[in-house]
Structure formats: structure tokens, C-alpha cells
Design a protein around this ligand. Structure first.
Ligand SMILES: Cc1cc2nc3c(=O)[nH]c(=O)nc-3n(C[C@H](O)[C@H](O)[C@H](O)COP(=O)(O)OP(=O)(O)OC[C@H]3O[C@@H](n4cnc5c(N)ncnc54)[C@H](O)[C@@H]3O)c2cc1C
Length: 446
């Protein structure tokens, strides 16, 4: 299988998806109760939960290109628990966070099950791998404390780990048996007819070019407008381009590669056990990988070149950066994989907050602009959870989420201020080149 031209920048998930006709673009002026901008996990999960809970409300979703065009259709496929930026501290608080994200994964499973969706996914566990002995020791103690309050993580020492996943240099891992892998495009494409069946109107190829806030918000595309009492920003890394959270969100371009399909019988020779959905590691430039349901080894991160920042935080892809260094990192971890050709390379936008903690809440003079964004590397779970959280906030039934570190609710956002350009661009590049680490404000302990 030849490597496709990178200019196409299509993910493995998009490339292998069943073709479908796009939903009609918006044309003319419409009214609705709720207008959602963005057709990724956040937008589609919000459409699903709002329409399920409020079947009489008119909901319109506007997507600039195709459903799954952003990170949701371009990610590494790991469906993980936990919230980036939060370090386990008090075990009971940590359990509350784990339980919240586990509800996110359970929610994905429930939608697939309820609507009998044909989705490529598995939930056979994912590992957070340790490359440093001290970190592994600390992780073992944390797992013990979390087990005591009912969090079902398992610590694997080097020997137990290599029986499941043979990553060179790994000294231990935390196995989360409730995590897994999700092909985002297959999920969103299967969810689309469900959402349409619930009465939501979806317009693809309808980029929003202007927003006028008010008691009724007006959202404009080149060919029409939607006026609605409630606006949902479901645009994650693209949100600053719409004029929101420019000083809170930093869009990076994450780089991912995938190998040609491996037969199941070849997985073990590559060091990949049959039960492992995926892994990530303990390094600042996180590596992550999963085995797709078709046996393609998907791998991203691991090196500076895997996380590009463009001046002004452009969410549009503007260059190839360093896929070869990502591939070298993959081959250092799994040397056998070097014998299998790489067939796919792609990038997608990731939204980082200064301390990596995502945010969900409501803002605006009329308290009618809902947002959920900044998921870093945990958006597969969190952006799917966001639909439920925002629907609860909209319904004034948000007790479940109050006090959790990602929930702003009706309060001013807790996302920290990020310096403006050109300081941001210079700071990012100086820091990453000198230290190999991404700049960040310390997160919080649970
Ligand atoms: C390479 C990569 C690897 C990743 N790996 C993982 C992983 O393994 N596990 C994990 O949990 N997370 C991962 N993530 C993060 C995760 O994919 C995202 O956090 C999540 O998909 C965000 O979902 P979203 O719906 O909020 O945003 P998106 O999926 O980005 O959706 C936003 C949508 O808004 C649309 N849009 C933008 N501007 C406009 C406009 N003006 N008008 C209309 N529509 C607009 C876009 O076209 C897009 O479809 C990864 C991300 C990338 C890019």
C-alpha cells in the first residue's frame, strides 16, 4: 500500500470510512432554539443529548466541512479515563474524576448499544506506560490507594507488562481495563442518522463566518444565518479563530502515522498482545498508540516535531513537520514495526489550556453561549461526555458536575491566561527546543 500524498491530510479513519452523501449546506435565514457550531464529538454529543432530552426544541448544527473533520476524525483512537492536567492526590477526589470520565466511556458504549450502531471500537483496556523506575514506583503506590476506594486500575511491573506489550524501555504500566479504542469517524458517521432521526438539522460545508451575541444569537455563514436563543461552541481548537478564548486556548498540530494492516497472528511478533487496545506514556511529549480493529498500528507523538505550533495559533494544517521523527520513535518502542510499511500520515488540531485541564460551561451577557473545549489528549472520552454536561447545564440540572475540575458551569472560566503573540510563539519554540518540553502551568492535584 503506497503512502498517500500528505497534502490530502486524511486520517486512516476517514480513508477507511464507508462513503456517504454530505448533509446539505445552510442556505437562507433560519431560526432555531439551539444552534451548535462544529460537528465533532462535542457538537454531535450535544446535539444527541439536547434532542433526546428536549424533543420539542429545534436544533441546527453547522459544520464547516464534514462531520468529523477536526480532531474527532483525526485522533490516535485512544478512549481514556482521566482529565489531563489533574494529578491524583486525594483518592476519593481522584475516584470522582475517574468515575466522571468512566461515565463518558459508558455513555459512548450505551449509544452504540441502544442504537445498534456499526462502529469500529473495542474496550479491552489501555496502558499508561512508565519509562522511569521512580515514576513506576509512585504509580504502583497510587494504584494501591485508588484500588482501596474502588478504582479498578492494575499496576503491571516490567515483567507483567512485557507479557502484554513489549515496549522497549518501559519499566512498568498502569492498566485501565475500562478504557479502549474508538474509530471516531465510524462512530460519528453511525451517530449521524440517529441525530437526524431525533429531529436535528445538520448542515455540512457551512463554515460560520460571524457571530452576533444577544438574547438571540445570530450565527452567519456565507450563504445564510441561524438565529437562536442558545449558542453552543463545539469547535475546540478552532474556537479562537471564531474570536473566543484566544487568550486561553493554544491550538497545536498533532502528528500521527499508521502501518499497513497486520494479521492477528503478526501482532505478537510486533510485541502487541491481543487484549491491549492502546497505550500512552509518561513523557512530556506524550507517545500514544493503538491497534485498530483492522490491525493497523496507529502511533503519534513522542517527539517535539509531533506537536507543531503555528504563529497565531492557526488551526489549519500548514506544513508536514517531522513525520519521520515520529516514525523513529515508534520503531524505538516497537522495533519489529520497522519491517511494516507506514501507509498513513496525518495531522489534526489539539486544543491545549495552560494547565491542560479542559473546560465546560456557559458565558456571555445573556448566559446563553455554551462551550466545552481544551481536552488535550483525552477528548475522545471528554468531548463525548461534553454533550451530557452541557445539556445538564442547559437544564439547570448540573449538580453531578459541580466541583469537578473541568466544570466552569455558570462561573467565569477557570482556564488560565496564556500570553499573546509574538510572546507565545517565541516562548513555545524556545522552550520546546531548549528543553524538549511543552510550556505549561502546573495543573491541580485532585
Ligand atoms: C492527531 C490527534 C491525536 C489525538 N489523539 C487522541 C487520543 O488518542 N485520545 C483522545 O482522547 N484524544 C485524542 N485527541 C484529541 C481529541 O481528538 C479531541 O480532543 C476531540 O476530538 C475534540 O472534539 P471536538 O468535537 O471538541 O472538536 P473537533 O473534533 O475538532 O470538532 C470541531 C469541529 O468544528 C468545525 N468547525 C471549526 N470551525 C468552524 C466554523 N467556523 N464553522 C463551522 N464549523 C467549524 C471543524 O470542522 C470540526 O469538525 C487527538 C487529537 C489529534 C488531532
Amino acid at each position: 500500500m503506497p503512502l498517500r500524498a500528505i497534502d490530502e491530510n486524511r486520517s486512516l479513519w476517514a480513508e477507511t470510512a464507508a462513503p456517504r452523501d454530505p448533509c446539505a449546506a445552510l442556505s437562507g435565514d433560519r431560526t432555531a432554539d439551539i444552534v451548535i457550531i462544529g460537528g465533532g464529538f462535542t457538537g454531535m454529543s450535544t446535539a444527541y443529548h439536547m434532542a433526546t432530552r428536549f424533543p420539542d426544541r429545534k436544533i441546527i448544527l453547522l459544520e464547516a466541512r464534514k462531520i468529523g473533520n477536526g480532531g474527532s476524525g483525526r485522533n490516535g483512537g485512544l478512549m481514556l479515563n482521566w482529565v489531563n492536567g489533574v494529578e491524583p492526590g486525594d483518592p476519593l477526589r481522584a475516584k470522582a474524576i475517574y468515575d466522571a470520565t468512566r461515565e463518558g466511556i459508558d455513555g459512548i458504549a450505551q449509544i452504540i448499544d441502544t442504537h445498534k450502531l456499526d462502529v469500529r471500537w473495542r474496550r479491552t483496556g489501555s496502558m499508561n506506560v512508565h519509562t522511569r523506575a521512580r515514576g513506576a514506583e509512585e504509580a504502583a503506590a497510587e494504584v494501591e490507594a485508588l484500588n482501596a476506594v474502588g478504582v479498578p486500575l492494575q499496576f503491571l511491573d516490567g515483567k507483567a507488562l512485557s507479557a502484554q506489550l513489549q515496549l522497549q524501555g518501559a519499566v512498568g504500566a498502569v492498566l485501565d481495563p475500562t478504557a479502549g479504542h474508538l474509530d471516531g469517524i465510524s462512530f460519528l458517521n453511525a451517530l449521524l442518522p440517529v441525530v437526524l432521526g431525533l429531529g436535528v438539522t445538520v448542515h455540512e460545508n457551512s463554515p460560520v463566518v460571524a457571530i452576533e451575541e444577544g438574547a438571540r444569537c445570530v450565527v452567519r455563514t456565507a450563504a445564510g444565518s441561524v438565529t437562536a436563543a442558545t449558542l453552543v461552541l463545539a469547535t475546540n481548537a478552532y474556537t479562537p479563530a471564531l474570536g473566543y478564548f484566544r487568550d486561553r486556548i493554544m491550538p497545536l498540530h498533532a502528528h500521527v502515522v499508521a502501518t499497513a494492516p497486520l494479521a492477528r497472528t503478526e501482532w505478537a511478533a510486533h510485541g502487541w498482545g491481543p487484549a491491549v487496545s492502546g497505550f500512552d506514556d509518561d513523557l512530556d511529549r506524550v507517545s500514544y498508540g493503538c491497534m485498530s480493529t483492522d490491525g493497523q498500528l496507529v502511533f503519534g507523538g513522542g517527539v517535539n516535531g509531533a506537536y507543531g505550533y503555528h504563529f497565531g495559533g492557526s488551526p489549519a494544517f500548514t506544513g508536514t513537520a517531522d513525520f519521520e521523527s515520529v516514525e523513529r520513535r515508534l520503531h524505538a518502542y516497537l522495533p519489529e514495526a520497522a519491517k511494516t510499511p507506514i501507509t498513513h500520515r496525518w495531522t489534526g488540531p489539539v486544543a491545549l489550556t495552560w494547565n491542560r485541564i479542559c473546560a465546560m460551561g456557559v458565558r456571555g451577557a445573556h448566559r446563553n453561549v455554551y462551550y466545552a473545549l481544551g481536552y488535550a489528549g483525552h477528548g475522545v472520552t471528554l468531548a463525548n461526555l461534553a454533550g451530557r454536561v452541557l445539556t445538564d447545564a442547559y437544564s439547570d440540572a448540573d449538580e453531578r458536575w459541580r466541583g469537578l475540575p473541568f466544570y466552569d458551569g455558570h462561573e467565569p472560566t477557570r482556564m488560565a491566561w496564556i500570553p499573546p503573540e509574538p510572546l507565545r510563539w517565541v516562548g513555545y519554540h524556545v522552550m520546546t527546543r531548549l528543553t524538549g518540553k511543552s510550556p505549561r502551568k502546573r495543573g491541580v492535584r485532585s
